[in-house]
Structures are given as structure tokens and as C-alpha cells.
Design a protein around this ligand. Structure first.
Ligand code: GFB
Length: 312
């Protein structure tokens, strides 16, 4: 990374801002970012022009239309079209502008709903997708294929990485569009403040998810950018999962809410299990550092700081 110019596409999002924090620790790296009002990352012509003008050596594609299970299930058009447009603009724009290195960020939802656990990279396209997020998954699979096409035909040193479910500072705490951890944290916080005796948890509580702190994820992405070249994508995760009921209890405990968890069976469960096989990442010399309990505490501190700032 030393002496390199690095463009973080999506630098204001949870993953992009974590990447910026992580890259700032590197010696002599120039971080490039395009303010949203200056550049619509879905605009192919302008994105290519921006990249040509700023001449990055490396692009991290962390931008995207993201959201939790309900947002994915109810806004398929945005999740499919926005992500496809953005991938096309940034990946092809980078290639046409002569960028030598690119890291594309996907998601563990690319894998089939019934994939064997833990899910190896080779499970891609071996079965039907989970219906609540198939639109987003198809867009992310297309991103992997764009990267592979450029590598196969033109020898581009572009790679794809597939993070598991992420959480941490900078997350979205809006109850309708967020992922499970920020949603539960906000609900537990509001319930405690209002003195409520219960809070709602969507679905049955039995699905299992693997959670990785976003700072660990950013560290893994930079590690792979430095130490990995390959046609196949690489999973990023902890290799450990937990039920939604257990994570809800952990979040409630973190927040100090002692009331009842009420399961709302009108909401979808989504994929029954989603635990990644991380042996490739492990073999490449990377392990996570932030345990779930510590990560939740740090995230709650961040939420309190920003919640208070917004309320003030
Ligand atoms: O985090 P989440 O929205 O995403 O939901 P997915 C995970 C599980 O938590 C589901 C349950 O079984 C939800 O029903 N859950 C319980 C809740 N309470 C809540 C709540 O208050 N809010 C939310 N959001 N969930 C997403 C995909 O799937 O994972 C995306 O839709 C993406 O495409 C992302 O891949 C990583 O893990 O089900």
C-alpha cells in the first residue's frame, strides 16, 4: 500500500468508513473519496471521468444499496438496479481508466438458501437463492462475474471478497431498513428508556447468523488486497454463528433491557442458517480480533453518542 493512491467508493457507508479508518493506519497512503453530491456512482461516464482524473492505483468498491431483510424483500427494484448500475460504472470505469487493482465487496447472501454449512466459496450457484434477498444476491453475483470476466479475458488483478453479516459503528439504526443488530439495539434502548416491559424480535428467533465487527472486516479486506490474488472470491467472517434469539438476549443485556422478547411471526425469518467457511481466509493469515460481546458494547457506545447528538 505504501505510496499508493486508494479510492474508497462508498466512503460514508458503514464498511467504507471503516475502510478509511483502517487505511489511515497505513504509511504513506493517499485516500481518495468522491462526495455523493459530486459524483453519482451509478453514472458510468462521470465515474470513468472521475477515476481518470484522480488516478487511483487501487479501488475498494464498498458502495451499494444495502439493507436488512425487510428492505431487501420489499424494494427489489432498487436492490437489483442500483447495485448493478453501480458495479458496472465502478468496475468497468476502473478497468477502462487503467486501474491496476480493485477489490469488489459482495455479501454472504450470494449463496443458495440450502447451502451446506459452513458455506464454502464453491457453493456459489449450486442451488436456489433465499427469496427475501435474491435481487441483491443476483446483483452481487453479477459483480463477481464482472471481476472474473476482466481477469479471464484481460488478466486484470481484480478480486472479490464476501463478508458475512456485519455490524458496528456507522450502522443504520432505522427500524424498517436496518439489519438485525442495529434494529434490536435501538428497540432495546427505546424500550428501556420508555420503561416498556417487552420488545419485538422479528420472525421465530431460530435462524442462525454469523456476525463480524466492521473494523475486523475492514482489516480483512486490506489484508486480502495485499496478500491475495485469485479468480475465486474469498469469504470473510468468523466461522461462528448464533441464533437470533441468543443475539437478541445479548443485545438486550448490552443495553440493560430486562423485559420480555416477543417474537413477531408475521415477519420473515429469511435464510435458516448462514455460516461461512473461513478456511481460505485463515490460510491467508487473517483471523478476527473483536468478539461479539465487546463489539456490541462498542457499537452501543457509538449509538449513544450519535443518538444523543441527533436528539440534542
Ligand atoms: O439482519 P437481517 O435483516 O438480514 O435479519 P439477513 C437477520 C434475521 O434477524 C432474520 C431477524 O431472521 C430477521 O427476521 N430479526 C429479528 C430482525 N428482529 C429483527 C429486526 O428488528 N430487524 C431485522 N432487520 N431483522 C440480509 C439480506 O439478510 O443480510 C441482505 O437481506 C444482506 O441482502 C444482509 O445480505 C447481510 O441476514 O436475513
Amino acid at each position: 500500500m505504501r505510496g499508493k493512491r486508494v479510492f474508497v467508493a462508498g466512503h460514508r457507508g458503514m464498511v467504507g468508513s471503516a475502510l478509511v479508518r483502517r487505511l489511515e493506519l497505513e504509511d504513506d497512503v493517499t485516500i481518495l473519496a468522491a462526495p455523493r453530491n459530486e459524483l453519482d456512482l451509478r453514472d458510468r461516464i462521470r465515474v470513468r471521468g472521475w477515476i481518470e482524473a484522480h488516478r487511483p492505483d487501487c479501488v475498494f468498491l464498498a458502495a451499494g444499496r444495502v439493507g436488512g431483510i425487510l428492505a431487501n424483500d420489499t424494494r427489489p427494484t432498487e436492490f437489483l438496479f442500483d447495485n448493478l448500475e453501480l458495479e458496472l460504472a465502478v468496475i468497468l470505469g476502473a478497468f477502462e481508466a487503467g486501474v491496476s487493482r480493485l477489490v469488489f465487496l459482495g455479501s454472504s447472501c450470494i449463496y443458495p438458501r440450502g447451502a451446506m454449512q459452513p458455506i464454502t466459496e464453491s457453493a456459489l450457484m449450486t442451488g436456489a437463492l433465499e427469496p427475501t434477498n435474491e435481487w441483491y444476491a443476483v446483483a452481487k453475483i453479477a459483480g463477481i462475474k464482472m471481476v472474473q470476466a476482466l481477469m479471464k479475458e484481460h488478466g486484470a488483478r481484480y478480486i472479490s471478497v464476501m463478508p458475512t453479516n456485519l455490524y458496528g459503528p456507522g450502522d443504520n439504526f432505522d427500524l424498517l431498513s436496518s439489519h438485525v443488530i442495529p434494529a434490536l439495539m435501538r428497540k432495546a434502548h427505546d424500550a428501556r428508556i420508555c420503561g416498556a416491559n417487552h420488545m419485538s424480535v422479528w420472525g421465530s428467533g431460530t435462524p442462525r447468523r454469523e456476525f463480524l465487527h466492521v473494523d475486523d472486516c475492514a482489516d480483512a479486506i486490506v489484508h486480502l488486497a495485499q496478500h491475495h490474488d485469485g479468480y475465486e472470491h474469498v469469504n470473510i467472517g468468523t466461522g461462528q454463528d448464533i441464533s437470533i434469539r441468543d443475539v437478541a438476549e445479548l443485545v438486550a443485556d448490552t443495553v440493560g433491557f430486562n423485559g420480555e422478547l416477543r417474537f413477531d411471526h408475521t415477519k420473515p425469518d429469511g435464510m435458516p442458517r448462514k455460516r461461512l467457511d473461513v478456511s481460505q481466509l485463515d490460510a491467508l493469515g487473517w483471523q478476527p480480533r473483536i468478539g461479539l460481546r465487546d463489539g456490541l458494547s462498542a457499537t452501543y457506545r457509538w449509538f449513544l453518542d450519535h443518538h444523543m447528538a441527533m436528539a440534542a
